[in-house]
Design a protein around this ligand. Sequence first.
Ligand code: 5GP
Length: 374
Amino acid sequence: MDKRIKLHDKYFVPYISQDVLMKAVDDVAAKVNADYKDSGKIPVVICVLNGSIVFAGLLLTRLEFPCELAAIRVTSYEGTRSTGNIKDVLGLTTDVDGRDVILIEDIVDTGNTIIKLCEHLAFRGAKVVKICTMFTKPEVYHYDRKLDYVGMEIQNKFVVGFGLDYDQLGRNIPDLYILDENLSENDMKYYILFGPPGAGKGTQAKLLVDKFGFHHVSTGDLLRKEMAAGTPLGLKAKSLIEQGALVPDLVVIGMIKSEIENNPNVPGFLFDGFPRTTDQAAALDEMLKGLDQSVTSVLSISISDEMVKERIRHRAMMENRPDDTKDEVIANRIRTYHEKTEPVIDFYKAQGKYREINGVGTIEEIFDKVCEIM
Ligand code: 5GP
């Protein structure tokens, strides 16, 4: 029988059964009881929401000493990767000043979250903070601070079930499941079309969309669409552009992210006109990482500066763009490309993702070369 489960785009296989997990909860509870049962202390047991709800609930019913229960929420995990940044600690209404605290976590991975939480509680006056976690990944935990009570040590892989989720799904599964990387549908393609102005990126993009069904993401088009629709983002972008300022990278990245999220059923995305700087390339990498994705390949269509000039002038005439006929405007665009955009090539070369195509030839000839690489 196939026991794997699918949550969103990923498959998980059984890892630790409910019986074994329950035994681990019994063992942890026994250790906590040994420390507190006859201590006369009344600790505050703090459940870190949402992941530790299951573990905290089971543990609590096994504790044999008086204790108070509180809950807090922190945000630190995106997709299947720990970001390690506590963005917020929410909801602690109990006064912990001078109190013994037992922090209940579902899982300690790098330890960033729990250690920052301990510091937060110490800052709020907690006398002693003990860490009690159901799971830990010793391979990645990188703090000297000892974890006081641990249910089970597990391998460094993403797990779900027993309270733990993958993008909010899977918390209700009573056993622990582990990510099956071989089966995950992580083959969405992310291509970047690269090259100087006039290299023919737009033309090739249209052909690629027709042939492969990719979603074309032109940041210029996206901004124009937002502005035309008068969305809050569009209005902000409009006022920046009118002041002659650039739309911040984060805003553009936000737009690209929504395009990706709003088009889950396409075979891939084709970025055109983005990234233009290494900062943007790094921001794009970071955003895709959060979605557990990465750039597949960068296809660069290269032509000489002379040809860039010729093509821009030709296009200016055909599309009635008078600005683009001025020599200094063209020279400026070429300079900006060399200074700001070309370093992006090295960024992707370092990742082994850069592919260059000679942009001299007919549209069909170049398209053949692009398809061959894809
Ligand atoms: P840390 O800050 O220790 O790297 O990460 C702690 C938080 O990341 C946990 O509270 C949990 O929310 C999340 N986390 C870490 N590893 C896993 C995992 O394998 N599966 C799930 N579902 N969440 C995890």
